[in-house]
Design a protein around this ligand. Structure first.
Ligand SMILES: [Zn+2]
Length: 354
């Protein structure tokens, strides 16, 4: 027995040594990249308020930006926070697929759409933060893609709230208009975010934030209304395990919205949060926690409220809502393409004037 234990300890030690070598291996795989730059050395559209250093160089090959995943700069944590969240949601999806019939059970489609739309916004955000420093056009185009991901997630959220979380009384008030309005608001906030980014040079910071935040805030208020109604109408809430996760998702979302709108804590410590501690990084982490809490709440609702949602929606609604998801995604993607075209032509126009 002693020999077997010693062998196992020996093997574990070798494995630990291999794990310790990973950072070194990554360093060797990634060739040394050109140094990062200071705020004054990059154009204004790349500058973030109170972030003084850590900007990547522009106009490098794609390889530079992909390998910058392993370099310390002011976007590293923004990229990794949503890349790791993507992996967590993928693991959650494969775990759920073992027990939930996502193909044959139409009532599982809203849950699948929530998972897919969460993956979409996390992956689009990862790409935007990783690649947007390449050029002015890429900066706009990749953030427009980020807004398409957010629109999809807004729709996915509205769908699970309306399908699984809603109470009969709230459903009877809003039934015919809830999902079409949610689809419109998702697209509209995508358009507003694209416009505010496009006009960002000409608009003061607060105007830009208002154009971004008001449509997204309206969409959130609409999409979360079934959950808020449920939280306030449950008696006693302790008997409903999903309510705990719904309260969690609202709390995480509201705190993430705070850090999205406020340049904190970097405003208090200018230049000291350049790599770690920016408000946008906190926004990413809190939004990912909101999503994970929402997925768990929706899973519990899917398992525990089948008689209610089957009665409210019947068997055909899930297909209609899935088609509306595809339509909303397509229209939002088209909007991003049109806006990218506008950016391209205004950049070409500016180059001709030079
Ligand atoms: Zn972001």
């Amino acid at each position: 027995i002693a020999t077997t234990v010693m062998e196992k300890i020996g093997r574990l030690f070798i494995n630990l040594q291999q794990v310790q070598q990973v950072p070194q291996m990554l360093k060797e795989a990634a060739p040394s990249l050109p140094c990062t730059m200071r705020e004054g050395e990059v154009p204004c559209y790349l500058r973030e308020r109170y972030i003084h250093t850590g900007y990547r160089q522009m106009h490098q090959g794609w390889r530079y930006y992909f390998l910058s995943l392993f370099q310390r700069h002011n976007e590293t944590v923004n990229v990794w926070s949503h890349l790791l969240s993507t992996l967590v949601v993928l693991m959650k999806l494969s775990q759920l697929a073992e027990t939930v019939d996502f193909v044959g059970d139409v009532h599982a489609w809203p849950l699948l759409i929530l998972l897919l739309s969460s993956l979409a916004y996390m992956m689009c955000s990862t790409l935007a933060h990783l690649l947007s420093a390449k050029s002015e056009f890429c900066h706009y185009a990749f953030f427009f893609l980020d807004y398409v991901g957010v629109a999809l997630y807004q729709y996915g959220s509205a769908l699970v709230h309306f399908y699984y979380a809603i109470e009969g009384s709230w459903h009877s008030l809003l039934q015919g208009m809830f999902m079409p309005c949610a689809a419109f608001l998702s697209w509209f906030s995508c358009l507003a975010c694209c416009y505010s980014k496009y006009w960002s040079h000409n608009l003061p910071y607060w105007h830009r934030k208002v154009v971004q935040v008001v449509p997204s805030g309206l969409a959130y208020a609409w999409d979360i209304s079934p959950v808020v109604h449920r939280i306030f109408s449950c008696h006693p809430c302790s008997q409903d395990p999903a309510v705990f996760f719904h309260v969690g998702q609202v709390a995480f979302f509201l705190s993430s919205a705070f850090f999205f709108t406020q340049p904190l804590p970097q405003k208090w410590f200018p230049g000291r949060c350049d790599v770690l501690g920016q408000g946008h990084q906190l926004f990413h982490v809190l939004l990912a926690l909101c999503t994970l809490s929402q997925i768990e709440a929706s899973r519990l609702d899917y398992l525990g409220r089948r008689p209610l949602y089957q009665r409210l929606h019947g068997d055909a609604a899930a297909l209609h809502f899935s088609l509306l998801f595809v339509f909303t995604g397509a229209v939002s993607a088209l909007t991003a393409v049109v806006m990218s075209g506008k950016v391209r032509s205004s950049l070409d126009h500016r180059d001709k004037l030079k």
